[in-house]
Design a protein around this ligand. Structure first.
Ligand SMILES: NC(=O)c1ccc[n+]([C@@H]2O[C@H](COP(=O)([O-])OP(=O)(O)OC[C@H]3O[C@@H](n4cnc5c(N)ncnc54)[C@H](OP(=O)(O)O)[C@@H]3O)[C@@H](O)[C@H]2O)c1
Length: 239
C-alpha cells in the first residue's frame, strides 16, 4: 500500500516506536497522521508541514476507541503499535498481571482491529499493522506474560488477515527484536533504534509484505527459527 498521500493512525505515538512511526510517516509523504496516545497533552510532533492530529486513545477503553474511530473516519492505515512489558517467570507471575498484560497486548489489539476494520472497509480498504515481537515465535522465560500475550496476538492476527482479505484490508505483522526504547531500557544488550525499525515497517507496508522482521536481530533469529525452531526454543529458554 502506498504511504504517500495516505491517511494513517498510530497507537502509542507519544514515545518509542510509535513516535518514530509518526516521524517516518511524515517523511514518507503521508497526507494526514492521527497521533493516538493515552495522554495527548505532551505529544512531541515532528514539524514537517504534514497535518498531524492528536487523538486520545487507550486501547483498553472501548469508549476512547469509538470516539477515535468517529474522529478518524478517513483513516486508511492503522499502526496497532501500543504495548506493555512486564518481566517475570510464568510460575511467579500473578494471574492479575497476566490478565493485565493480555488486556493491552492481546485484547487491546483485537479491539483496535475490530473498531477500525469497518472504517477501513468504508474507505475502500487499507492496512492494519500489528506490532508483535520475536517472542511471539519463541518464549523467553523471564518475559512469561509478554510472550503469551504476543503469541496470542500473532494467532489473532492470522485470523484477522483471513477475515479482512476479502474486504481489501491487508494485515502486516511486525516481529521486532530488541529496540532502544523505554520498554527495554533496563536490559543491557544490542538494540536497534526505533527510527530504523519504523522505516523498515513502512517499507514492508509499501511493498505489500505480510510479515516483517525489521532489524538485524529479528532477521537473524527468524532465519534460525525457519531452519530449526526447536533450536531457537532451547536457546531462548536458556536466556
Ligand atoms: N522495545 C522493544 O525491544 C520491542 C521489541 C519487540 C516489539 N516491541 C513492541 O513494539 C511496540 C512499541 O513498543 P516500544 O518499544 O515503543 O515501547 P515503549 O517505549 O514502552 O512505548 C509503549 C507505548 O505504548 C503505549 N501504551 C501502553 N499501553 C497503552 C494503552 N492501554 N493504550 C494506548 N497506548 C498504550 C505507551 O503509552 P504511555 O506512554 O501512555 O504508557 C507508549 O506510547 C509494542 O507493541 C512492543 O511490544 C518492542
Amino acid at each position: 500500500m502506498k504511504i504517500e498521500n495516505s491517511i494513517a493512525l498510530v497507537t502509542g505515538s507519544n514515545r518509542g516506536v510509535g513516535k518514530s512511526l509518526v516521524a517516518a510517516l511524515a517523511n514518507a509523504g503521508c497526507k494526514k497522521i492521527y497521533a493516538a496516545a493515552r495522554q495527548t497533552n505532551n505529544l512531541e510532533l515532528p514539524d514537517t508541514g504534514v497535518e498531524i492530529i492528536p487523538l486520545t486513545l487507550d486501547v483498553t477503553k472501548q469508549e476512547t476507541l469509538e470516539n477515535a474511530a468517529k474522529l478518524a473516519s478517513d483513516v486508511q492505515i492503522i499502526f496497532n503499535n501500543a504495548g506493555v512489558l512486564e518481566f517475570g517467570d510464568i510460575l511467579e507471575t500473578p494471574e492479575q498481571n497476566l490478565r493485565s498484560i493480555l488486556d493491552t497486548n492481546f485484547f487491546g489489539k483485537v479491539a483496535v482491529a475490530k473498531t477500525f476494520a469497518p472504517v477501513l472497509e468504508a474507505n475502500g480498504g487499507g492496512t492494519i499493522v500489528n506490532t508483535l515481537t520475536l517472542l511471539s515465535l519463541a518464549s523467553m522465560p523471564g518475559f512469561a506474560a509478554y510472550n503469551a500475550s504476543k503469541a496470542a496476538a500473532w494467532s489473532m492476527s492470522l485470523s484477522l488477515r483471513a477475515s479482512l482479505q476479502p474486504k481489501n484490508i491487508q494485515v502486516v505483522n511486525a516481529f521486532p527484536g530488541a529496540i532502544d526504547t523505554d520498554m527495554l531500557a533496563s536490559v543491557e544488550m544490542d538494540k536497534t533504534s526505533p527510527d530504523d525499525v519504523a522505516k523498515e515497517i513502512l517499507h514492508a507496508v509499501q511493498n505489500n509484505q505480510e510479515d516483517v522482521f525489521p532489524d538485524p536481530m529479528s532477521k537473524q533469529v527468524y532465519e534460525a527459527w525457519r531452519q530449526d525452531h526447536k533450536a531457537v526454543e532451547k536457546q531462548f529458554a536458556s536466556m
